[in-house]
Design a binder for this molecule. Structure first.
Ligand code: GDP
Ligand code: MN
Length: 384
């Protein structure tokens, strides 16, 4: 199991490894807010579990809000070596003079863990290993005794790390081994470990792979895996809890419907009227008030959503019940977070329309009108 960079960094930071100040973001505004809080310049980094993100356009250094916005727009939603990017790490940029490599992995040949240090960090270490194997210093460790301090110092010395930072690099290497051991690591790696002009070292990237078979005794890490799974999307996890069929999309018109066919139709219509769907959300049959409230909670907590359209066809789900659910859910807000448009059809739809509180929602008679209205609302938000 592979941790995301932001997760591995958290684990490393908790153990005392210096890491840059950073924040996770999943939308453009979130990136800008995070960048302002951290202070420019920042690096915007795609959170996908694959190396070489920099070269593939998944990492951008930015100096101001405009650049941050531009970087967020290009990285969020991009396809990076087959991975969909839905989150970025916004991180204090490090002004570095050198990039080192430090890592711990299992040397299968020797049947022992090996600590590695190189001054050729920053680039793909496998390439370094192939082209210039001597550029990587190696020290095998006896797991029964752990890494002796002199072993860390020796690896650092053999690698040719500058004296002025040797002690700090040794300390990072020792901590990394400790973590590898404590957390049932398969690999633990910092590439690059950046050296700043004031001779400080800081982990600019972090890799931590955990032995799957040991996850049962690493509950904290298992939780991280759950977070990383499901596309790493909080909303998709929430949908699982609520028992909804939900898919997050890239647009800003939130869609709630009952029945997959009906939701698909709504999606197509949003597209037809020039809008972009933010999600697929099927609340299923028998949608009681509580389910409706949960569905609204889902779309409202998606920062990308600017308007919401309900398309409910009453069958088992009665229109009046849905209407009550929508009212109840919306009455809880002092201010409705995003405009909601409702179209009801089928069983008890007329009753439902009357029950709906038009101070809280816009009611439309036809699906076409409802969708058009929601697309308009979303457009107005964007024009502001
Ligand atoms: P990877 O390519 O997926 O391994 O991503 P890394 O996090 O290792 O970043 C790749 C490269 O981007 C680094 O070696 C740096 O050259 C550059 N980079 C990343 N973060 C920073 C930063 O904070 N400041 C500067 N100047 N460069 C950075
Ligand atoms: Mn890296």
């Amino acid at each position: 199991m592979k941790l995301h960079e932001y997760q591995a960094k958290q684990v490393f930071a908790d153990a005392g490894v210096p890491t840059p100040d950073s924040k996770l973001a999943s939308d453009v505004d979130g990136v800008v807010t995070a960048a302002e809080e951290i202070g420019y310049p920042v690096a915007v980094k795609a959170q996908v579990q694959v190396g070489g993100r920099g070269k593939a356009g998944g990492i951008k250094l930015v100096d101001d809000a405009d650049e941050a916005r531009e970087a967020a727009e290009s990285i969020l939603g991009m396809d990076l070596k087959g991975y969909h990017v839905d989150r970025v790490l916004v991180e204090e940029a490090v002004d570095f003079t050198n990039e080192l490599y430090v890592g711990i992995t299992m040397d299968r040949g020797e049947g022992k863990p090996v600590a590695m240090v190189s001054t050729k960090g920053g680039v793909n270490i496998e390439e370094v290993a192939e082209e210039d194997p001597d550029a990587i210093a190696r020290e095998h460790i006896d797991p029964a005794f752990g890494m002796h301090p002199y072993q860390a110092r020796k690896a650092v010395y053999d690698a040719g790390v500058d004296q002025s930072i040797a002690r700090d690099v040794s300390s990072v290497l020792t901590t990394l081994y400790q973590l590898w051991d404590d957390k049932d690591g398969a690999d633990a790696e910092i590439n690059p470990l950046m050296v700043t002009s004031d001779n400080e070292v800081i982990a600019a990237d972090a890799v931590m792979n955990i032995d799957e078979d040991a996850l049962f005794r690493q509950p904290e890490l298992a939780e991280m895996e759950e977070e990383a799974a499901g596309g790493g999307d909080e909303l998709e996890q929430k949908a699982d809890e609520y028992g909804f069929d939900y898919v997050r999309l890239d647009g800003n018109v939130g869609i709630i419907g009952n029945g997959a066919g009906l939701v698909m139709t709504t999606l197509d219509l949003v597209d037809h009227y020039g809008g972009e769907p933010a999600n697929f959300l099927d609340v299923g049959g028998g949608a009681k008030a509580a389910r409706i409230a949960n569905a609204l909670d889902m779309v409202f907590s998606d920062d990308n959503v600017d308007s919401v359209v309900f398309n409910i066809f009453g069958g088992i789900t009665r229109g009046d019940e849905v209407a009550r659910g929508i009212n109840e859910a919306l009455e809880q807000f002092d201010e409705i977070p995003k405009p909601v448009v409702v179209r009801l059809a089928g069983t008890n739809w007329e009753e439902g329309m009357e029950i709906l509180n038009e101070d809280l929602v816009t009611v439309e008679q036809t699906l076409e009108d409802a969708v058009q209205r929601a697309v308009e609302y979303a457009g107005e938000v964007n024009d502001q």
